[in-house]
Design a protein around this ligand. Structure first.
Ligand SMILES: Cc1cc2nc3c(=O)[nH]c(=O)nc-3n(C[C@H](O)[C@H](O)[C@H](O)COP(=O)(O)OP(=O)(O)OC[C@H]3O[C@@H](n4cnc5c(N)ncnc54)[C@H](O)[C@@H]3O)c2cc1C
Ligand SMILES: [Zn+2]
Length: 304
């Protein structure tokens, strides 16, 4: 018995079946869902569609080469569903899952059963992945004598091509590898890079945002997280766009900055870590704070 029809479970079932073992593969979707999977397909990728490098000089490239020689179903399906990705093995996730499902369910030694397993199989393989159902997690925890089973991760969003502004993007290969131009790159200008990634400061009075007094939101120029509202903008006379409060406390991160032999408080975008400026305690009411920002680190979105 193999529990979990993900990547590992499909592979385990296939490997056993190919060696003459009769396997029952249990997959709980779609009867019980996980917080991340979207379909009821076997081996559904939930995040990146890349299996990383195919180059033999990397550990993951070598592992894939070895798996291929062992007759891996995951790699057969990945090769079949491959999309351009430079030196990386990237796949069309729908075609990949379909290819795994088609072969696994067609194998005469594999029976696929839909439904949640809530007890540990014996003998069996548990391959329920990072999003193991709550009931089975309990049982695994009890068997191992630990309550510390946890999984935390972020998930990469899938972006629709028509939602992208291609005038701000260029195509290129990644790290100059592979012949194609398979990756979309969103570059910063030299001045944005200097400020946001190298914590530089733009020249005072250089930003058109300094004198801008329309209604709207100032978002991070790198990741578009809203950072400041025009409602808190004031004319500080310093030559840099100034605000007395961020739009939300949690959207900015503040850090002690001891550079240039002073102690200042640095302000960063909480989402992408871009440096945006400093905050001082000589601002106007009601907060008494002055968020002194670099205009190039912000983009203004006019209120419709
Ligand atoms: C939010 C998030 C982001 C991730 N980002 C990445 C990434 O960018 N790159 C990367 O390589 N990996 C990423 N991963 C890890 C990724 O999930 C694994 O690489 C891969 O899916 C693990 O394969 P698996 O077979 O172990 O688990 P899964 O593919 O998740 O398969 C486990 C299967 O078991 C089933 N199952 C769970 N409990 C039960 C039960 N009690 N009974 C029956 N079936 C059950 C589930 O429905 C699922 O189909 C991410 C995972 C998550 C959750
Ligand atoms: Zn940002």
């Amino acid at each position: 018995m193999v529990v979990g029809g993900g990547l590992a479970g499909s592979e385990a079932a296939w490997a056993l079946a190919e060696r003459g073992v009769r396997v029952t593969l249990h997959e709980m979707r779609p009867l019980v869902r996980t917080p991340a999977h979207q379909t009821d397909g076997l081996a559904e990728l939930v995040c990146s569609n890349s299996f990383k490098s195919s180059e033999l000089v990397t550990p993951h490239g070598l592992l894939k080469a070895e798996m291929r020689r062992l007759g891996s179903i995951i790699l057969q399906a990945a090769d079949q569903a491959r999309v351009p990705g430079g030196a990386a093995l990237a796949v069309d996730r729908v075609a990949f899952s379909a290819a795994v499902q088609e072969r696994v369910t067609a194998h005469p030694n594999i029976t696929l059963v839909r439904g949640e397993v809530t007890a540990l199989p014996s003998p069996g393989v548990v391959a329920t992945g990072p999003l193991t159902s709550a009931a089975l997690s309990e049982v695994i925890g009890a068997r191992l004598g630990t309550r510390g089973l946890a999984f935390f991760d972020a998930i990469a969003p899938i972006v629709a091509d028509e939602s992208l502004d291609h005038t701000r993007l260029y195509r290129a290969s990644r790290y100059g590898k592979g012949a194609g131009d398979d990756y979309l790159n969103a570059p910063l200008t030299a001045e944005q890079y200097n400020v946001m990634r190298q914590k530089g400061t733009e020249a005072p009075y250089s930003s058109p945002l300094n004198d801008l007094h329309e209604k709207g939101t100032f978002v991070c120029a790198a990741c578009e997280l809203p950072l400041f509202s025009s409602a808190t903008k004031f004319d500080s006379g310093t030559g840099w766009p100034s605000f007395w409060a961020p739009i939300k406390k949690e959207n900015v991160r503040e850090e002690v900055d001891n550079s240039l032999s002073m102690t200042r408080t640095e302000v960063l975008c909480a989402r992408c870590d871009a440096h945006s400026g400093h905050v001082f305690d000589d601002g106007p009411k009601p907060t008494g704070l002055r968020y002194c920002m670099n205009g190039v680190a912000l983009r203004f979105v006019r209120k419709p």
